[in-house]
Design a protein around this ligand. Structure first.
Ligand code: 2NL
Length: 344
């Protein structure tokens, strides 16, 4: 190729670059274009390979042309970049911001209904001198069953009802193991409530595999069933208000003797004979299980059952919350739906 043709072609590439750069719309585009001309395999670089085949004099001349084209391409890149930059800055200045728009408010959070219920229940028992005790949610067969005199063949120990981690370790199905631990650790008098989550293999409109319970335990000399009655009555009156009454129905729990279920008058209806769905027209709703601590439990924790007596009770907190607020499905507590939760 004649030197003059080479020079003409280089000039043409330079001009071509100028037009393409003028039409490019972003830094990325310009950089890509630059690589297509000046990169290792770029069109300008390819032509310059011809230079090697020339005599020294021609080589000098071509070198000068090459440098001029290369510099003009680089200058063009710089020019277009600053052009695009100022166009962007101007567009930015042109944006209008409505400073009168109200800000986006972050709604305040709130304490979950179940937490409120638990705190209120604890506060009511605290008025009677009960202290809060806590313990692990994963506990041993001994703390959950054996120490409570629950026989080996009792249905509660069945795999159908309890979540087993291993033969000897379970997810606690009640908070009684907390009380067992406290009794093993300290002498009477004991006056505690154990609130917390418990686990059972149950799942329907009124049962959840994980739910919240509060149990109470009072052990001292001379504790009687009437003390239990007074504590339960205080709780119901403080929690549900008004002059609601309670009643005890004989029932069986392996860890108490005698045992009783605690009912309170239905807060939703006029009483027996109504069509109330909450109490099914009986006028009473069950709220807890209770009883006098079985001497076998005292033997298991090393208490002298000749000297001490005690009562215990257990309540499902979801049930209490459902009764108080007219909630008809336990799943509302766990779904995290603000349309429900924000009402409390
Ligand atoms: C229910 C029944 C109950 C207890 C829990 C208890 C704990 C110890 C010793 C004796 Cl350490 N008893 N707890 C007693 C009777 C009933 O709960 O239906 N709960 C929802």
């Amino acid at each position: 190729m004649a030197t003059t043709d080479l020079v003409r072609q280089l000039e043409a590439l330079g001009a071509e670059f100028g037009r393409a750069a003028g039409a490019s719309a972003s830094e990325q585009e310009i950089r890509a274009l630059q690589a297509r001309y000046l990169g290792k395999k770029g069109s300008v670089s390819q032509l310059m390979k011809e230079m090697g085949k020339r005599q020294p004099a021609e080589r000098r001349e071509l070198g000068a042309v090459f440098n001029r084209i290369k510099e003009s391409i680089e200058a063009e890149v710089g020019r277009r970049l600053s052009e695009l930059g100022s166009a962007a800055a101007i567009a930015d200045l042109g944006r209008s911001i409505d400073v009168t728009l109200p800000g986006r408010t972050v709604p305040p959070g709130r304490v979950h209904l179940l937490t409120q219920i638990r705190e209120q229940a604890v506060a009511i028992f605290a008025e009677l001198g009960f202290e809060v005790a806590e313990g692990p949610q994963v506990d041993t067969d001994f703390h959950c069953f054996e120490a409570l005199a629950i026989p080996k063949d009792h249905p509660a120990r069945d795999m159908q009802d309890t979540f087993y981690v291993s033969d000897e370790v379970v997810l606690r199905p009640h908070t009684s193991p907390v009380q067992i631990r406290v009794m093993k650790a300290q002498k009477p008098p004991v006056r505690i409530v154990a609130p917390g989550v418990v686990y059972r293999r149950d799942d329907d409109a009124t049962h959840s595999p994980m739910f919240m319970q509060i149990e109470g335990l009072l052990v001292d000399e001379g504790v009687r069933f009437s003390d239990l009655k007074g504590v339960m009555l205080h709780f119901v009156r403080r929690y549900f208000g008004r002059g609601l009454d309670i009643r005890f129905r004989p029932s069986y729990f392996p860890f108490v003797e005698p045992g009783a279920e605690v009912d309170m008058q239905c807060a939703f209806c006029a009483g027996p004979g109504s069509t109330c769905r909450v109490c099914k027209g009986t006028g009473w709703v069950e709220i807890a299980g209770s009883g006098m601590v079985d001497p076998e439990v005292f033997r298991q924790v090393g208490y002298d059952s000749e000297r001490y007596t005690g009562f215990a009770f257990g309540m499902g907190l979801e049930r209490v919350a459902m009764l108080r607020h007219g909630v008809n499905d336990i799943k509302f507590f766990y779904e995290g739906d603000l349309r429900f939760l924000a009402q409390f």
